[in-house]
Design a protein around this ligand. Structure first.
Ligand SMILES: Nc1ncnc2c1ncn2[C@@H]1O[C@H](COP(=O)(O)OP(=O)(O)OP(=O)(O)O)[C@@H](O)[C@H]1O
Ligand SMILES: [Mg+2]
Length: 742
């Protein structure tokens, strides 16, 4: 079937053909035949790289152009949302019936808002979590969704994030019974069950556009699943390095999956040491440029320096410990073929299109604290393997599992390469996870009686697979908790959310966090300091995984705790009564200490060194702290705790900017962050007024403040600048530019 044969608007066909797609892939054809374009619900389960997104594109454009519809595209990862946003952008050239251009929106951040502006968009790309929060606010435009695309729907099986997706789909089905659902998935064992749940047909294929050769690697030999074998030149004693170098030598790029961040970094370092022989001079020059970009993005730290050093050797690592800016540079640079070997944790395992001719899976086991080692699922293996051999980039791909013994090689062949992916099971029935969904069901008016709540949960995938009776006892327990904590009220048959319950639900925080914050307000510590609030939010479950203290640090934390005990809003657990709770507590105090160091303007590098945290963890702690301080502020409004308000507000801003209080007025200027703000301040520009009267030249002469920024700053404060001064500046800028280009 050709694109021209499709019953979709001509303007859409033109754009698709222009992007290089003329003929449909067989899975796409089957999806069309199954009625995807006629609005039928469909689960498309098809191998990696088989072009599932395009089916969603066809359906989306048909909804918008022919049915005046609205489309939401759900993805599990921000990185994938960004990639899809870039892919959909090409359609903004098309005009709709009302003459307006198609508008594509992306919304992945800020959980406490209805994002009313999204109403204007035709296609909205978002993460499952963001969609969940929008539903809690009952964003009005969500009632108008006519097509929902659930990408990577096998995620239902994931313990932490599956339930969110499940609840989002159940709620959307409830409020929009006529909406079309298109679920995209890797090949899984019980597609028909997911299809049964969402009342869909299903299409399953085994077709892949690019040959993916899967195999194991032992004693410098790849053993493929079809019986073929291939020897690899031995350059070092390390199998991963030999495989990666071999790929680069024949003109390809390699992606190595490691089980931990530490292993990913170590592998990148080893590979980098061997890359000199395979890099040409021009390649090295362009890598030098990429390395400079890494150093220029954000503060300079030991991590950005070591990353830049690796990039100079055509290698890099990618994991959640890196900041978003660095991750994007690395992704782009790998996409452009500059970085040849990339090591990653599973952050790159799902959905993304990358030019990896060879995927190397170093370790099929994963470690979880308190749980030990466990082998990854076949599904996850297939996802990682599927990053190799993407049609845009390669004619053939290889996915290789490293084995250490002959037995292990057999095991890997049997249990992964030749194995069928697992069944998908709902993970909803966990009290900790259901708590906020039960509250949201009541608070956002999805149900008003116990029966209604059971009815709603009766529509979930869990109830489809098991039986709603199986979770009734969990729901009853949660209702009791919410009642005892005054988040819900009961009158006869009716259950209603109190103002507290409603606000907690909208703020998208765990009810337990809401209770911690409320109870803290009731405490009157000797003095309420910034640390009081930081320690309180660090204690909430929404702060995320705690920053684990290392052993040499324990004494220092304990001393800090003693010194500041009077400021704390949450009681210290007794070391001897409950050792586990005590250690958890130390971790929370460490999180508070890290945030305190951040707002006291300790440099990122100092924080990394002192606390042994990585930038990504620091940024996540900052993000979560902002969100929880916002929640604190809102709950303080609700409970009329006036003394907390200014403090919560100020602290929120300081955490956002990473500065001491005195810097706040000047870092509000665009282009002035914590470092430049400090430079200005220490040079005597302490207020907006100081900057207003400053001479342009004087600003320009400060370190890290070039002519362009100086001008931007002056424009913002409204200080008068003479025409000659502008002209002189422009000339200087021009000269500088000429110099750097030379
Ligand atoms: N009919 C086609 N002809 C040529 N290229 C195509 C066609 N359909 C899709 N592609 C290209 O194939 C690549 C892979 O598509 P896509 O990302 O949709 O795969 P997928 O099935 O979603 O894989 P994954 O399961 O890994 O997410 C994209 O680069 C896309 O542009
Ligand atoms: Mg995909």
């Amino acid at each position: 079937m050709k694109v021209t044969d499709l019953s979709i608007p001509e303007s859409v066909k033109e754009i698709i053909i222009r992007s290089g797609i003329v003929e449909l892939y067989p899975p796409q054809e089957e999806a069309i035949k199954a009625g995807a374009l006629e609005g039928r619900n469909l689960v498309l389960a098809s191998p990696t790289a088989s072009g599932k997104t395009l089916v969603a594109e066809f359906c989306a454009l048909r909804h918008i152009l022919e049915k005046n519809g609205k489309v939401v595209y759900l993805t599990p990862l921000r990185a994938l949302a960004n990639e899809k946003f870039d892919e959909f952008k090409k359609y903004t050239a098309i005009s709709k019936a009302d003459g307006k251009r198609i508008r594509i929106g992306i919304s992945t951040g800020d959980f406490d808002s209805t994002d009313a502006w999204l109403e204007r968009y035709d296609i909205i790309i978002t993460t499952n979590e963001k969609a969940d929060s929008l539903l809690r606010h009952r964003a009005k435009w969500m009632d108008e969704i006519s097509l929902i695309v659930a990408d990577e729907v096998h995620l239902l099986n994931e313990a932490e994030r599956g339930p969110t997706l499940e609840v989002v789909l159940a709620r959307l089905m409830q409020i929009n019974p006529d909406m079309q659902i298109l679920a995209l998935s890797a090949t899984i064992n019980n597609v028909e069950e997911i299809a049964g749940w969402i009342k869909a047909d299903h299409v399953t294929t085994e077709w892949r556009p690019v040959l993916l050769k899967e195999g194991t690697f032992l004693h410098e030999e790849i053993q493929y699943k079809d019986g073929d074998a291939r020897k690899i030149e031995k350059n070092s004693t390390n199998s991963t390095i030999n495989l990666a170098l071999n790929t680069v030598k024949i003109g390809g790029q390699a992606l190595i999956f490691a089980s931990t961040r530490k292993n990913a970094v170590a592998a990148a370092k080893k590979v980098a040491g061997e890359m000199a022989v395979v890099l040409s001079k021009p390649a090295r020059r362009s890598l030098e440029h990429e390395a400079e970009k890494i150093l220029a993005a954000g503060e300079r730290t030991r991590i950005s320096e070591s990353l830049a050093e690796l990039v100079r050797c055509g290698t890099a690592f990618h994991h959640a410990g890196l900041g978003g800016g660095h991750r994007r540079i690395i992704e782009d640079s790998f996409r452009q073929g500059k970085i040849k070997v990339l090591t990653a944790t599973p952050t790159l395992a799902f959905g993304v299109n990358l030019p990896a001719r060879t995927v190397i899976i170093q370790d099929y086991r994963r470690y979880e604290p308190g749980y030990g080692y466990y082998p990854i699922s076949v599904l996850e293996y297939k996802q990682m393997a599927g990053r190799a051999g993407r049609p845009k980039y390669d004619k053939v791909g290889e996915a290789i599992l490293i084995a250490k013994t002959a037995d292990e090689a057999d095991y890997l062949m049997e249990s992964y390469i030749l194995a069928n992916p697992e069944r998908i099971w709902s993970r909803l029935a966990v009290e900790r996870i259901m708590r906020s969904h039960v509250l949201a069901t009541i608070a956002a008016d999805f149900a008003h009686t116990e029966r209604g709540i059971y009815d709603f949960f009766g529509r979930t995938f869990y109830a489809y697979q098991y039986d709603v009776d199986a979770i009734k006892s969990i729901i009853a327990k949660i209702l009791k908790y919410l009642y005892d904590e005054e988040m819900i009220d009961v009158s006869g048959e009716n259950i209603l959310a109190t103002k507290f319950g409603k606000r907690v639900s909208e703020l998208y925080i765990d009810p337990v966090s809401g209770v911690i914050i409320r109870d803290a307000f009731r405490q009157t510590p000797a003095y309420l300091t910034e640390l009081s609030l930081l320690q309180m939010i660090a204690h909430t479950p929404d702060m995320g995984p705690i920053l684990r203290p290392y052993s040499q640090e324990l004494d220092e934390i304990a001393v800090f705790m003693e010194e500041h005990r009077e400021e704390f809003l949450v009681d210290v657990s007794d070391e001897w009564e409950d050792r586990i709770a005590y250690e958890q507590y130390l971790g929370e105090v460490k999180t508070a200490m890290v945030l305190k160091a951040w707002i006291e303007e300790r440099s990122e590098d100092e924080i990394i060194e002192k606390f042994r945290v990585q930038p990504g963890d620091l940024y996540r702690a900052i993000e979560n702290a902002k969100w929880l301080l916002h929640a604190t502020h809102e709950l303080a409004v609700l409970f009329s705790r006036k003394q907390v308000l200014p403090q919560a507000n100020e602290l929120l801003e300081r955490v956002e900017k990473g500065v001491r209080k005195e810097l706040l007025p000047i870092v509000r200027l665009e282009g002035v962050g914590r470092i430049r703000g400090r430079i200005l301040y220490n040079s005597g520009y302490k207020t907006i007024e100081d900057i207003k009267v400053a001479k342009l030249d004087d600003l320009t002469n400060l370190p890290l403040i070039g002519p362009r920024l100086a001008r931007k700053i002056k424009e913002q404060v409204g200080g008068y600048v003479k025409k000659q001064a502008w002209e002189k500046l422009e000339e200087e800028e021009w000269k500088q530019k000429a110099l750097t280009e030379y």
